[in-house]
Design a protein around this ligand. Structure first.
Ligand SMILES: *[C@@H]1O[C@H](CO)[C@@H](O)[C@H](O)[C@H]1NC(C)=O
Ligand SMILES: *[C@@H]1O[C@H](CO)[C@@H](O)[C@H](O)[C@H]1NC(C)=O
Ligand SMILES: *[C@@H]1O[C@H](CO)[C@@H](O)[C@H](O)[C@H]1NC(C)=O
Ligand SMILES: *[C@@H]1O[C@H](CO)[C@@H](O)[C@H](O)[C@H]1NC(C)=O
Ligand SMILES: *[C@@H]1O[C@H](CO)[C@@H](O)[C@H](O)[C@H]1NC(C)=O
Ligand SMILES: *[C@@H]1O[C@H](CO)[C@@H](O)[C@H](O)[C@H]1NC(C)=O
Ligand SMILES: *[C@@H]1O[C@H](CO)[C@@H](O)[C@H](O)[C@H]1NC(C)=O
Ligand SMILES: *[C@@H]1O[C@H](CO)[C@@H](O)[C@H](O)[C@H]1NC(C)=O
Ligand SMILES: *[C@@H]1O[C@H](CO)[C@@H](O)[C@H](O)[C@H]1NC(C)=O
Ligand SMILES: [Ca+2]
Length: 395
C-alpha cells in the first residue's frame, strides 16, 4: 500500500507523516520475509572443512549469505553445552564484531518491529553478552538478563523505525564489550531474527485506546516457550508494544505457550524491578469514562498475591489477584473523570513473585478497553431531549 503520492506536495516530512497517519486505515500486522538467512542456517563460505569445534572463526575470504561482516565473527553450531532456540546455528559477535544486511521497505512509513534471540557465548557469562542493534535513526543495546527465563537464551523485541520506501534500510548488529578482556569466551551469540511490519493503528468504534488488547507487538518465535522480553521504552511511538511506553521489563506472551485472556497476545509484568506500561489518549475534560481490563496469570507457575495499580488521569486504584499460577483471569474496571484532555492510562505491578525455578514472573494484563461511561451517554440523550423540548416550544 503506497499512499505517499497523496501527500507528496507537503515539503515537511513531519507533516507528510501526520497526514499519512490520519489517512491510513488499519490493515493489521504482516510478517514478511524481508531478511535473508535470518536464522544463519545458510553457512558461511570458506569454513574449515574438517573442524570439530562448534565455534569457527570467519576470515577475510568468508561470506555469510545475506550478510556483510566486520571484526571477529564466529559461526556457531549448537552442541549440548551451547543452547540455542531450535537446533541449528548462530553467529557469535566477537571483538569489534559487526554484521549488517540491507532491506527495502515494503511501503512508505510502515512500522518495523524486530525480534531476535540473544545468548551468552559460554556459561557464567552474564556480563558481556551485550548487542547493539541499529537502523537509521535508531540504536538500542540489549543485554542477556539473569533470571528472566529458564532457557540459556532470551528473545527480545524492539521497534526499528519507519521509513520512506525509497531508502534501503541498513540493519546492523554489533557486539558491545563491557569488559576489557578481549579474549573473553563470553561474546554474545545472536540467532533467529524476525522482522515484522505493522500499519499505523487507527481508533476502533468500541475502544478509545489503541492496541488495548496488545495484539500489535513483535513477532513470536514459533518454538519459544519464553515469550519476548521488552526493555524499557520511554516513548510510545518508539515502543515495540505499539502505543504503550514501558518501564521495567515486561514479557510479551503468546497464546500458543501461555494463558492469554483474549486474542493472541498479552503482557506479563516481570518482578525484579517495578514494571509498568503507559498509554496516552485524548479525552473530553470533565467527562466520565470507564477503564475496563482483564487481570490474570499466564499459567506459568507464577504463584502469589498480585497487586496491580491501574491509573487513569489522577484516579488510581490497586487491584489484587490471588494466583495459583495455573491460568486465571478476572475482569475489572475503574471509573474516572478526565481532568485534562491528554489523559495517561497506566498499569503498574507491585508483584515480587518468582517461579520455583527462580524466574521473575508476575501478573498479566489484557483487553484494556476505555469507553465514555453510561453517564456520559445519558447526558447526551438528555441534551437531545432538551433540544426536542426546545423544538416543541418553538412549534
Ligand atoms: C580430518 O580430521 C581427521 C582427524 O580429526 C584426520 O584424520 C583427517 O586427515 C582430516 N581430513 C582432512 C581432509 O583434513
Ligand atoms: C584469502 O584468499 C587469498 C587469495 O586466495 C589468500 O592469499 C589468503 O591467504 C586467504 N586468506 C585466508 C585468511 O585464508
Ligand atoms: C521447532 O521444534 C521442533 C522440534 O523441537 C523442530 O523439529 C522444528 O524444526 C522447530 N521449528 C522451528 C521453526 O525452529
Ligand atoms: C553493509 O553496509 C555497507 C555500508 O555500511 C553496505 O555497503 C553493504 O552493502 C551492507 N551489506 C549488506 C549485506 O547489506
Ligand atoms: C559456572 O558456575 C557454576 C557454579 O557457579 C560452576 O559449577 C561451573 O563450573 C561454571 N562454569 C564455567 C564454564 O566456568
Ligand atoms: C584466548 O585464550 C585462549 C586460552 O584461554 C588461547 O588459547 C588463545 O590463543 C587466546 N586467543 C587470543 C586471540 O588471544
Ligand atoms: C498500591 O499499592 C502500592 C504497594 O503496596 C502502594 O505503594 C500504592 O500507594 C498503592 N496505590 C493505591 C492507589 O492505593
Ligand atoms: C487455586 O487453587 C485452589 C485449590 O486448588 C482453588 O480452590 C482456587 O479456586 C484456585 N484459584 C484460582 C484463582 O485459580
Ligand atoms: C495451563 O497449562 C496446562 C499445561 O501446561 C494446560 O493443561 C491447561 O489447560 C492450561 N490452563 C489454562 C487456563 O490455559
Ligand atoms: Ca490480547
Amino acid at each position: 500500500m503506497n499512499l505517499g503520492a497523496c501527500s507528496s506536495s507537503f515539503s515537511s516530512k513531519k507533516m507528510h507523516r501526520q497526514i499519512f497517519l490520519v489517512s491510513l486505515l488499519l490493515i493489521g500486522p504482516a510478517f514478511a520475509d524481508l531478511l535473508q538467512n535470518s536464522d544463519f542456517e545458510s553457512p558461511p563460505s570458506n569454513l574449515p572443512k574438517n573442524s570439530t569445534t562448534p565455534f569457527q572463526q570467519l576470515n577475510e575470504n568468508s561470506t555469510i549469505p545475506g550478510w556483510s561482516f566486520e571484526g571477529t565473527i564466529l559461526y556457531v553450531t549448537t552442541t549440548q553445552t551451547i543452547a540455542l532456540p531450535g537446533n541449528g546455528h548462530a553467529l557469535q559477535l566477537g571483538q569489534d564484531g559487526k554484521i549488517n544486511q540491507t532491506f527495502n521497505p515494503i511501503a512508505d512509513y510502515v512500522d518495523y518491529l524486530l525480534t531476535f534471540t540473544l545468548a551468552p557465548g559460554g556459561q557464567n557469562c552474564s556480563t558481556n553478552a551485550n548487542v547493539g542493534v541499529s537502523a537509521p535513526d535508531s540504536h538500542s543495546i540489549f543485554s542477556f538478563k539473569q533470571d528472566y527465563g529458564k532457557e540459556g537464551w532470551e528473545t527480545f523485541g524492539l521497534y526499528l523505525g519507519s521509513w520512506e520506501q525509497q531508502e534501503p534500510i541498513n540493519l546492523v548488529l554489533e557486539s558491545q564489550s563491557t569488559e576489557s578482556d578481549a579474549n573473553s569466551t563470553c561474546w554474545p551469540l545472536i540467532d533467529k531474527l524476525l522482522l515484522k511490519t505493522i500499519e499505523t493503528l487507527v481508533p476502533g468504534d468500541n475502544n478509545l485506546l489503541l492496541n488495548g488488547g496488545f495484539e500489535y507487538g513483535p513477532e513470536f518465535l514459533s518454538n519459544s516457550t519464553e515469550g519476548v522480553l521488552l526493555d524499557p521504552v520511554p516513548t510510545a511511538v518508539l515502543s515495540p508494544l505499539r502505543q504503550w511506553s514501558i518501564t521495567g521489563t515486561v514479557k510479551y506472551i503468546d497464546s500458543k505457550h501461555y494463558f492469554v485472556p483474549e486474542g493472541n497476545a498479552a503482557v506479563e509484568f516481570l518482578s525484579g524491578v517495578s514494571a509498568s506500561i503507559q498509554a496516552a489518549t485524548t479525552l473530553k475534560d470533565g467527562s466520565t469514562y470507564s477503564l475496563e481490563f482483564t487481570l490474570g496469570d499466564a499459567n506459568d507457575s507464577c504463584e502469589g498475591n498480585f497487586v496491580v495499580g491501574a491509573q487513569a488521569g489522577s484516579t488510581a486504584q490497586n487491584f489484587t489477584l490471588q494466583s495459583n499460577g495455573t491460568g486465571s483471569a478476572k475482569k475489572l474496571s475503574l471509573a474516572f473523570k478526565a481532568d485534562s484532555t491528554t489523559t495517561l492510562i497506566s498499569f503498574v505491578s507491585y508483584a515480587t513473585t518468582q517461579t520455583k525455578d527462580g524466574v521473575f514472573c508476575g501478573p498479566i494484563v489484557d483487553n484494556v478497553v476505555l469507553r465514555a461511561s453510561q453517564g456520559m451517554k445519558s447526558e447526551i440523550k438528555w441534551e437531545v431531549f432538551i433540544f426536542l423540548l426546545f423544538l416543541v416550544g418553538i412549534l
